[in-house]
Design a protein around this ligand. Structure first.
Ligand code: GLN
Length: 542
């Protein structure tokens, strides 16, 4: 069996097409199907690795080291699939492949064109992604009507014809705005979006309608009539309290039945009991008086999407501890020695996430120092680990001016530096240490207490490393290297045993956290923060 679900978006961006696709995947997986995903992005970058997360959101890293769109994070969090570089393709990547072939002479004699060469390349990418799956969900980035996404739409139109109607289905996610002054839900934008799709030969089979509330029957009927979609296939997708409610809601709208009927699947009842539990727990937590305040010291405090996986991992940790986590997104730029106490003194935990470029770097170092000196739980991820090492070198080991050569090439103490294999590299795209590497954990450490195993695999995305030359000096002063990339003897996890909970890791644990399997480092960070808070409260009470 090989079936395809093609998901397009209309009217507006930011409707949650990624989480909706993930939710559909979760339903199909719970019905017992082997699924996979492909995100097709219409932009010309080969991958999002060099794009600004401030515009585009986080770059998600797969196990095999691909730098991908953040929607792949949703796919992995909602399901059991493990995605690879074949599960995200951009126009840039596919065109790059075509031009390389053209130079090799693979098309000798032919005029290389959008149709059929580009569309064929798109179809090949879809087939590759679908290799081992029974059902493949193909999400097209962008909004119908964009010039850029046309080749993708043309490719899925052709593909659906070739596959046969019972083997493919088109889902269109659209928006039904509520106009307050008129007191009405408006269907016109959706009608136009579907008209646009039909003009290029795609008749959607299902409409998923984002709106503030559930659509009343008459609106569904009207949409069905004007878009040529069956009424039972016009589904509501109202704003929900949490994204983890999406699978439950889509089941309520009977999406599984519409899919089964169209694709000729056995009519099975999806078992979403684990999703129900997650949503119940999240609702309980919302009302709970068990709370922690966590500061995230980022570069892009304005756009939470830049740290999507971290935000989700903290939600998972909140579920695991049944503690409400209040996130305080703080801009590293704004932190100074003078104001740090004022800003961070009431926090129960401080997290410094990954990042590039020197903006806000001293603010992050100041935050690490404040956490260390005041015994506040600290969690440094990638750059957050590097700043903790720099801070320790400067203020505990007395290495004045210690820095990362990323920010100060002439530092007297390059405690964070490029390793030989990174030195000659001048190409920026896809050349960092990327993807999963084995890390060996030292017994008797905080890291071991967290992971409870000696070998772990975590995903990386960085160019600079803890310079092993400085390891002895820093260890002598009390920094413990509790995790190591054994093959190269590179420190991967650092901690300070005299501190109540201080950990920095060179990798990105957030990429492997799921609602049903909260990541242990995030889980224990929130646990430590809560313990610290209760201790503070007890002290204040006495
Ligand atoms: N900029 C640092 C490096 O390249 C850290 C990267 C990160 O935090 N992802 O090593």
């Amino acid at each position: 069996m090989k079936k395809f679900i093609f998901i397009t978006g209309g009217v507006l961006s930011s409707l949650g097409k990624g989480v909706t696709s993930a939710g559909i995947g979760a339903i199909l997986e719970s019905m017992g199907y082997k699924i996979t995903f492909l995100k097709l992005d219409p932009y010309l970058n080969v991958d999002p690795g060099t794009m600004n997360p401030y515009q585009h959101g986080e770059v998600y890293v797969t196990e095999d080291g691909a730098e991908t769109d953040l929607d792949l994070g949703h796919y992995e969090r909602f399901t059991n699939v493990v995605l690879t570089k074949y599960n995200n393709a951009t126009s840039g990547r596919l065109l790059h492949q075509i031009l390389e072939k053209e130079r090799r002479g693979a098309y000798l004699g032919a005029t290389v064109q959008i149709i059929p060469h580009f569309t064929n390349e798109i179809k090949r990418a879809i087939e590759k992604a679908a290799k081992d799956a029974e059902i493949t969900l193909v999400e097209i980035g962008g909004t119908v009507g964009d010039i850029e996404s046309l080749p993708f739409l043309e490719a899925i139109r052709q593909m659906s014809l070739e596959l046969g109607r019972e083997n493919s289905i088109f889902i269109h996610l659209t928006y039904v705005p509520y106009i307050k002054v008129a007191g009405e839900l408006k269907t016109k934008p959706s009608q136009h979006s579907v008209k646009e799709l039909r003009a290029i030969g795609i008749q959607p089979d299902i409409l998923i309608c984002r709106a503030e509330k559930n659509l009343p029957k008459d609106i569904k009927r009207k949409l069905a009539l004007f878009t040529n979609v069956r009424e039972d296939a016009v589904l509501s997708a109202p704003d929900l309290e949490t994204i983890y409610e999406i699978p439950l809601h889509l089941k309520k709208e009977k999406l599984h039945q519409v899919l089964a009927k169209h694709l000729g699947l056995e009519e099975k009842e999806p078992d979403l009991s684990k999703w129900k539990k997650i949503v119940q727990t999240l609702n309980q937590i919302k009302k709970s008086d068990k709370v922690v305040d966590i500061a995230i010291i980022g570069k892009y405090a304005e756009l939470k999407d830049a740290y999507k996986s971290i935000e989700e991992a903290l939600t998972h940790a909140s579920i695991a501890n049944k503690v409400k986590v209040n996130l305080h997104w703080l801009k590293a730029d704004d932190l100074t020695e003078e104001n740090v106490e004022q800003i961070l003194k009431d926090m129960d935990g401080i997290l410094v996430p990954g990042g590039f470029g020197d903006r806000g770097i001293e603010g992050k170092i100041t935050a690490a120092k404040f956490a260390r000196e005041n015994n506040i739980p600290y969690f440094g991820i990638c750059l957050g680990m590097q700043v903790a090492v720099i801070e320790f070198a400067r203020n505990v080991a007395g290495l004045e001016g210690a820095h990362s050569t990323e920010f100060d090439e002439n530092t007297p103490y390059p405690v964070i530096d490029l390793m030989p294999e990174q030195k000659g590299i001048d190409k920026k795209g896809g050349t960092m240490r990327l993807g999963a590497y084995k890390c060996t954990i030292k017994e008797g450490t905080l890291a071991y207490d967290i992971y409870k195993q000696k070998e772990i695999y975590e995903r990386h995305r960085h160019r600079y490393e803890f310079n092993p030359e400085f390891r002895p000096v820093l260890e002598e002063k009390g920094l413990v290297v509790s995790g190591e990339y054994t093959a190269k003897k590179l420190p991967e996890i650092v901690e300070i045993p005299s501190h109540r909970w201080f950990i920095g890791c060179q990798f990105h644990p957030e990429f492997k956290s799921k609602p049903f399997a909260p990541h242990p480092v995030f889980r224990d960070f929130v646990k430590a923060a809560y313990k610290y808070r209760t201790e503070k409260e007890e002290k204040d009470g006495n």
